[in-house]
Design a protein. Sequence first.
Length: 369
Amino acid sequence: MRVLWIAILTGSLVALMAPELLQGQDTERSVIEGRIINTDTGEPLQGAHVFLSGTTIGTVTNASGRFSLRGVSTGAHRLVISMIGFGRTSEDITVRSGEAKTIFKELKPVVYEMNDIFVGNLDDRWERYLERFTRLFIGESVRADSVIISNPEVLRFESRWWGRFTAEALAPLEIENYTLGYRIIYYLDEFYHSGTITRWDGEPLFTEMTPKDSLQAAYWKENRKEAFYGSLRHFFLALLDNRVRENGFAVYRLPRDTHGISRHNRFRANPERLVREADEEHFKNFNFSGRLEIIYTEREEDPRYVRWSRDIRRGPARTQTSFLELNKRPITIDPDGEIKETYGATRYGYFAFHRLADKTPREYRPEQW
C-alpha cells in the first residue's frame, strides 16, 4: 500500500491537491515483529531503522537484528527498513485486528558516493527550484510558514520547457513542522509536477516534538485538531463510521456530460451508497462515477486558498469545497481512512490545497473523536 496523503495526484478545480493518537482506534491492536540480516554475510544487523510509513511507530533492531512494533492499527501499512550502508527496502502489508505478524528481511550493502549528495552546483537556479518545490510539496497554507526542510542540499531538480518539474532526494529529507509539533524523516521516492497536476510518493516517519512548556503543548494540540477536521482522512473516517453529515460534510455527485464534468444538475449523494464491504475483512470498497463534490461546513476557507486557487475576484467562502475523482474503480479504504491503491484517486479544491504542512500521522485522532 502507498498511503494516499503522500501518493496522490493533486490539482485545483478553479486554477486547473500522544494519547490523542490512539483516540477512537480499535482496542485490539496488533504487533509486528521480525529480524533483519545482512544479505551478503547472513549476520544480524543491529541499529537498522524499522517504521510504518505515515505513522509515529518506529524502532531500531537490537544486537540480534530483531525488532518489535506495537500498537499497530488494523489496515494496510507500508513497512520500511533502512540502515546507513545498506539499501532501503519496504513491504506493503495488511494487518488484522489483534494479529501478531512476523517479518524477515535481508538488507544488501551499498556504497554511497557522499560527494554526490553534499557537493553540487547549488546555484541561483537551484534556489528558485527549491522555492518552487517547497510550495508544491510543503504547501502554501499558514502552517507552511513554520515548516523547515533542514537538509535541502540533498535535493536535485529537473525542469523541462514544456512544464514538467521533477525532484529527487539523495538522502532522506529532514523536516520540522513547528506549527503541529512534528519532526518528519521523509524518504522521497517520486515527485512530479506538470501543468495543474502534482504527484508524489514517499515514506514519512513522524516524531512528536517535546514542547518547551504547557502553552506550546496546548498550541500544538489545537493546531493538530484544526489540521484534522475537514481533511480527507476526516471525511473517509466519517464515511466509514456512517457519520458524514454529523461531522459537517455535505456530499454531491457531479455526473459527466458530453463536454466533461459539469456542476450543473448535481444531486445530493447518499454516503451509505458510496461504500461496500470489501473482500478483505475491515476494509471497504469506495466507488462512484464522475466527480464527487465534498463540502465541509464547519470551517471557513483560508484566505491563502483563494490566492492559491487564483480566484482573486472573491473573498474566502464560509465553507471548504473539495472534489474527488477515482483513477480506478473501486478503490479500497482501510480503517485508518487510507486508500490502499497507489494513485487511486485525484483530489481537487481544498483537499488539494492541503499538503505536507497540514498532515498529521495516520493514527492521529482528536480527543473528541
